[in-house]
Design a protein around this ligand. Structure first.
Ligand SMILES: [Fe+2]
Length: 323
């Protein structure tokens, strides 16, 4: 059932992970395309190439996924949440760029922060997609295409996927508080989605096809929690050149390159040394709030339009590797 949400969040801000070795995580994330924003006593802030001062927060401790942050459109939205049972009072965010937040705990025990007012930073290099000569639209005349090898250019943190006992129940909790709306449902039977793609309601302004994918924990052995984390890169060369860089560094590949059906992203998935799945993607769908939710029956065609088959390990955090 849909209720009037307390607020409508604008987008994702960052995820948090906890791992025992911050140096090792920093090295992996640099191969993935991030750079250190700041390192404090037991916390590491990593940024991409975009204007967010950080796009990933990593705490030192036993490997875990403690939660993530949404970005709200105004300070008043935070006050509105803070006046709701289950949310903390608005407090200063002690992190690069400052800002404020309120916090709650979701039905599977994740800490959900809602932040506002984090000061942006200058872009690190160019985020412009490379000019392409394709079809009838030749954009690059008189200039050769030259790709400098190295890590992907990461634009921003885009979405995450959660394994939950009941995707419909999870969406109704997130819809009531944060205004998430369904984009696509993959149904085991009518009204029984095993995958529920949800986006931010920004009215007439387009939003990513999904900010959270709620996946049935049936596919992850009944274990709730993180399925994967996902960052947008600047273009298709960032997918492939970034992939070669990660491979040359001996990192653990999970799945890709392919193009999803629901959301249409070109994707590539990697695992950090503690088995968490990190995705690069580009060329995803943008929907305003008027695009109705799609319903699909479950079959392999709902996963990708091209690319390798999804590995059976996908969507689960695996035990640490030696990498
Ligand atoms: Fe994804």
């Amino acid at each position: 059932m849909t209720t009037t949400p307390i607020i409508k969040v604008r987008e994702m801000a960052y995820p948090r992970l906890q791992v025992p070795d911050l140096d090792r995580m920093e090295a992996y994330l640099m191969d993935f395309g991030m750079v250190r924003a700041e390192r404090r006593d037991r916390v590491l802030y990593m940024r991409g190439a975009g204007t967010a001062p950080y796009v990933h927060v990593i705490h030192e401790g036993e490997a875990a996924f403690p939660g993530f942050a949404f970005e709200a459109g105004s300070h008043e939205d935070l006050e509105r949440l803070a006046a709701t049972p289950g949310f903390t009072p608005v407090e200063a965010l002690d992190a690069p760029g400052g800002g404020v937040r309120t916090t709650t705990v979701d039905p599977i025990g994740l800490t959900v922060e809602v932040v506002h007012g984090i000061a942006p930073v200058a872009e690190r290099g160019s985020l412009a997609p490379r000019s392409l000569n394709m079809g009838e639209a030749f954009q690059r005349i008189g200039t050769p295409q030259r790709i400098r090898g190295g890590p992907s250019r990461i634009k921003r943190f885009g979405h995450l996927a959660l394994n939950v006992p009941d995707p419909m129940a999870a969406l109704s909790w997130y819809q009531a508080r944060f205004g998430l709306i369904p984009s696509d449902r993959v149904n085991l039977a009518p009204g029984m989605p095993v995958a529920l793609f949800t986006r931010c309601d920004r009215g007439a302004e387009p939003a990513d096809h999904h900010s959270i994918l709620f996946a049935s924990a049936m596919a992850s052995g009944g274990v709730s929690g993180l399925n994967h984390l996902s960052w947008e890169v600047c273009d298709i060369d960032d997918i492939h050149a970034g992939r070669e860089h990660l491979a040359a560094k001996g990192r653990t590949h999970e799945w890709g390159v392919g193009r999803h059906l629901l959301g249409s992203q070109i994707f590539d998935y990697w695992r950090d040394p503690w088995g968490h799945i990190h995705e690069h993607w580009t060329d995803g769908d943008q929907f305003d709030a008027g695009v109705p939710a799609g319903d699909h029956s479950i079959d392999v065609g709902t996963v990708s339009q091209w690319g390798p088959n999804m590995p059976s390990t996908f969507g689960r955090t695996l035990p640490p590797t030696a990498g």
